[in-house]
Design a protein around this ligand. Structure first.
Ligand code: RB5
Length: 149
């Protein structure tokens, strides 16, 4: 499985910890940065990760910032992206099973590293439930198509 991961300065330490963790899981990881504490604009990283997921270049994406919220708002502007901000394991599982989320957003200022790594594992190990959830995803796509400019 290929996972693309990005962050801003507010999520850089958490991103680095997740990259190390994903490598131990044997995932193929593409780390698009940022790589330092210098202040950067999170929408650029969100857009690049979202584009890689939407194009199929990556199977799934992970984005880290201070809260995870800015990243999710930006990533969800890209067609086909279902980015979920998660800070507990129940939601991590539910958002894969029900929403087929394809990008996980985490806030370094919200969750500790240990919990974040469990959330990542829970999210990666869960699978989409299909059936009634698939109908709802089609409805979300229809909203996207209606609002195309
Ligand atoms: C950066 O200070 C911070 O605004 C960013 O990491 C993120 O939390 C935005 O949603």
């Amino acid at each position: 499985m290929k996972i693309t991961i990005g962050c801003d300065h507010g999520g850089r330490r958490l991103k680095d910890a997740i990259v190390t963790h994903l490598n131990t899981r044997g995932a193929q990881v593409s780390d698009i940065g940022t790589y330092s504490d210098a202040s950067v604009d999170f929408p650029s990283y969100a857009e690049e990760v979202a584009n890689q997921v939407n194009s199929g270049e990556a199977d799934l994406g992970i984005l880290c910032c201070g809260t995870g919220i800015g990243m999710s708002i930006a990533a969800n502007k890209v067609a086909g992206i279902r980015a979920a901000v998660v800070s507990d394991c129940f939601s991590a599982q539910a958002t894969r099973e029900h929403n087929d989320s394809n990008i996980l957003c985490l806030g370094e200022r919200v969750v500790g590293e240990g919990l974040a790594l469990r959330i990542v594992d829970t999210w990666l190990d869960a699978t989409f439930g299909g059936e009634r959830h698939a109908r709802r995803l089609q409805m979300i796509t229809a909203i996207e198509l209606k609002n195309e400019s």
